[in-house]
Design a binder for this molecule. Structure first.
Ligand SMILES: *Cc1c(COP(=O)(O)O)cnc(C)c1O
Length: 440
């Protein structure tokens, strides 16, 4: 055996580029987080049992893992998985497909299939996620809702993040057919909505107009709490399988869970009128969809612990963080504002250097389609672009914030955050004195 084949844990951290000071700072911060972590574990335990119960009740069997080709008629595994999703979200039905290519596609599908010419779409939590601007037609695009004669109205949150109920009341009119509610802040700095607040909003809307369809963009929110928006009145919840519910294993896919009629509309649009859910071969992806969903509560907990850890480290170092170090969590995204481009770049380089895949490459800011500034992205993921895996990105423009999320295991998330801090320290952006000051 080679002399140093089994180094101690601290020297393994050293081997992987983490200095003793940075490691000590991490341990110091962690010692104050035990209660937070216990609460995250309790949520994961609840959600693990919820998912297990759904799988047992729907009699997931070995045959469900096989999959089909061609038309995909009578795909037992696909149909059972959709029943499992419906059980997890407590909805009448669900559409869970590899043919739904991403989160934007799932949302676009839910909107386009449930709105008709002359209808109006309303968002009363401000501007929706960037990629939805073209779906809606806020930014002109081929095939947008706007081209099909669906109008859009928006009510912003008030400056303190609360709902502008008076303005919402005024905005609901005879054309209002569907209300879209984005749970996660996405890449904005407003607070993420708790499921409870989403419930209050839905109740208010339904009070004004009972037949309005309330759709929730659930991206990054699944399994963060013990209840989901569908438990508080949402007619549809929509998300991506390369975020929380895919558990890191799903290689593609999206879901829509909700009222039977809403899901059926979506299925008819995804495949074809008349065919709906009956076609759509699952090919070979079902084992990863099932196993990913099974792991999702714990994977989400790992990502959440990483987010809480990062918030506490960077807040102690004096950087503004959203959510802050002690706030309750409703999604897995953590924003850290560095105030200058060097901090953003150093942070992302650290996350990249911590990856299991492509750790040797250096991310650089580039002109990404759809964005008005250069963006730097760090992602060394098993599934390309997966953001339930440890990842970070930052637009190179004021206030120079990075958005950080994911981590398939807590220990990898921890390592990634330490590595980001190491990168900032190596460049002198965070000083040794600052670190020692905290540890003292
Ligand atoms: C990620 C995300 C989307 C879009 O999902 P993609 O898979 O990137 O297309 C939409 N809304 C929110 C809040 C998201 O976080």
């Amino acid at each position: 055996m080679k002399p140093n084949a089994n180094p101690s844990l601290p020297s393994l951290y050293t081997d992987l580029g983490i200095s003793p000071e940075v490691l000590a700072l991490g341990d110091r911060i962690l010692s104050g987080l035990q209660e937070r972590f216990a609460a995250i574990d309790a949520t994961a335990e609840y959600n693990q049992l919820k998912v297990l119960k759904a799988m047992q009740e729907n009699q997931v069997s070995e045959a469900c893992l096989l999959g089909t080709t061609g038309y995909g008629y009578n795909d037992l595994g696909r149909d059972t998985l959709e029943a499992v999703y419906a059980s997890v979200f407590h909805t009448e039905d669900a559409l869970v497909r590899p043919q739904i290519t991403c989160g934007t596609h799932a949302l676009s599908l839910a909107l386009m299939s449930n709105l008709r010419p002359g209808d109006e779409l309303l968002s009363h939590v401000g501007k929706p996620y960037d990629t939805l601007e073209e779906v809606i037609g806020i930014r002109p695009s081929k095939g947008s809702l706007r081209e099909y004669g669906v109008s859009y109205r928006q009510v912003d949150l008030r400056a303190d993040g609360s709902f502008d109920y008076a303005a919402i009341q005024k905005a609901v009119n005879e054309k209002t057919r569907l209300v879209t509610i984005q749970r996660s802040k996405g890449y904005q700095t407003r607070p993420t909505l708790s499921v409870e607040r989403i419930g209050e909003l839905i109740a208010f809307i339904k009070d004004i107009k009972p037949d309005v369809i309330c759709m929730v963009d659930n991206c990054y929110g699944e399994f963060v709490e013990t209840i989901e928006p569908s438990d508080v009145g949402a007619d549809m919840v929509v998300g991506s399988l390369i975020k929380n519910p895919g558990g890191g294993l799903a290689p593609i896919g999206g879901y829509i869970a909700g009222r039977r009629e809403c899901v059926e509309n979506a299925a008819f649009r995804l495949t074809s009128p008349g065919l709906g859910k009956e076609v759509g071969a699952s090919l070979g992806v079902l084992p990863s969809f099932y196993q990913g969903l099974f792991l999702a509560p714990n994977v989400t907990a790992s990502a959440l612990k990483g987010a809480v850890f990062a918030a506490n480290i960077y807040e102690r170092l004096g950087y503004p963080v959203v959510p802050d170090a002690s706030e309750s969590r409703h999604d897995i995204i953590q924003a850290v504002t560095f105030g200058d481009p060097e901090g953003v770049v150093a942070f992302c380089e650290g996350i990249q250097a911590a990856a299991p895949v492509d750790s040797h490459v250096t991310p650089e800011p580039w002109d990404m389609p759809g964005y008005d500034a250069k963006v730097i992205m760090a992602a060394g993921a098993f599934v390309s672009g997966s953001s339930i895996e440890l990842s970070a990105d930052g637009p190179i423009k004021p206030p120079y914030a990075v958005y950080f999320q994911g981590g398939l295991t807590w220990h990898h998330a921890k390592f990634g955050i330490l590595r980001s801090l190491q990168s900032l320290t190596d460049r002198g952006i965070v000083t040794r004195e600052q670190i020692e000051g905290i540890c003292r």
